[in-house]
Write a protein that binds this ligand. Structure first.
Ligand SMILES: [Zn+2]
Length: 68
């Protein structure tokens, strides 16, 4: 492989990993007991599965759809 291409591929891989870390950091912190959007109780299984989540599964899905 061309050395320059190899370097680009390495940088892209590093950026991808950094992005994955950044995404994870956003989810750190205390999980909310109640959905901040609709107010229903968030099941403890979800709070454990998604540390730092602030919404129930339905509201989170809606947000992700809106975000595109
Ligand atoms: Zn909700």
């Amino acid at each position: 492989m061309d050395e320059h291409l190899f370097e680009l591929a390495q940088k892209a891989e590093q950026a991808r990993l950094q992005q994955a870390i950044d995404n994870r950091v956003r989810y750190q912190g205390e999980s909310a007991e109640d959905c901040e959007s609709c107010g229903i109780e968030i099941p403890s299984a979800r709070r454990l599965a998604v540390p730092g989540c602030q919404t129930c599964f339905d509201c989170q899905s809606l947000r992700e759809v809106r975000r595109g």
